[in-house]
Design a protein. Structure first.
Length: 254
């Protein structure tokens, strides 16, 4: 696990102002567990309110436009997200790739726009069940990632994280074996070293995402090259999300 594990909640299209109390509770919990970096990506509508109340956790967006401004009805630029209080953005999530037809090239352009606006980026990748069953998961994910990542990133170690999220594990309660997670994260690590050099490539945190819960977080976070978790469903309540943060903190004590 990374020196400072990174546990990020992705609220997806969940949450109205009534959920601000959960965000507050998550922030209070994170203040007690400072060795773990805790962050939350609520929907766009809650970025500013969560940012205003949070004292410890960073707030992020779940997407941004590749364009800086202009005639793009319904889109939000990286600068707008930053203006609302976002410090990072999740890009290339499989739900964006599926629901909005985002290609690797689109994801790369969005990442470049996000970095230009001063945001950190969590770039997502992951294979379908068919690809995994065909024994092609590592080849697919490394190719997808290489095509989605910007060729150069200033301060990559600090500003870039990668999230491995097998599509078949998202919201299903199923997870890969710890061995499969470690093998994939090792393959991603090798790619990051190839792209960004030994130093940055070895420091970029690689998060695992897909049905992470308090009960399985400890074993997944202990796997080789797992630097944190990107959590969907279990980040919606402070109780379950802080259970995962706690599991990360306990691993640090070992
Ligand atoms: P779940 O934790 O609900 O499986 O979602 C994972 C995810 O997609 C986080 O981005």
């Amino acid at each position: 696990m990374a020196e400072r594990p990174y546990i990020v909640g992705n609220w997806k299209m969940n949450g109205t102002r009534a959920m601000l109390s959960e965000a507050r509770a998550i922030d209070r919990g994170a203040q007690r567990l400072m060795k773990v970096e805790v962050a939350l990506a609520p929907p766009f509508t809650l970025i500013h309110p969560v940012h205003r109340e949070a004292e410890q956790i960073a707030v992020g967006a779940q997407d941004c436009s590749a364009a800086p401004d202009g005639a793009h009805t319904g889109d939000i630029s990286a600068t707008m997200a930053a203006d609302a209080g976002a410090k990072f953005v999740i890009l290339g999530h499989s739900e964006r790739r599926q629901d909005h037809g985002e290609s690797d090239a689109t994801v790369r352009a969005k990442a470049e726009a996000a970095f230009a606006a001063g945001l950190k980026v969590i770039l997502c990748c992951g294979e379908t069940e068919e690809t995994r069953d065909a024994g092609k998961a590592e080849a697919f994910v490394t190719r997808q990632l290489e095509a989605s990542l910007p060729e150069t990133v200033d301060g990559a170690a600090e500003r870039l994280s990668v999230a491995y999220e097998p599509i078949w594990a998202i919201g299903t309660g199923r997870t890969p074996t710890v061995e499969d997670v470690a093998a994939m994260h090792n393959a991603i690590r090798a790619l990051l070293v190839k792209l960004y050099g030994e130093e940055a490539g070895n420091e970029i945190r690689i998060l695992y995402g897909g049905s992470v819960k308090p009960e399985n977080a400890g074993e997944l976070l202990a796997a080789d090259n797992v630097g944190g978790a990107l959590v969907g469903g279990a980040s919606l309540t402070a109780e379950s999300f802080l259970g995962i943060v706690n599991a990360a903190a306990e691993l640090l004590e070992r």
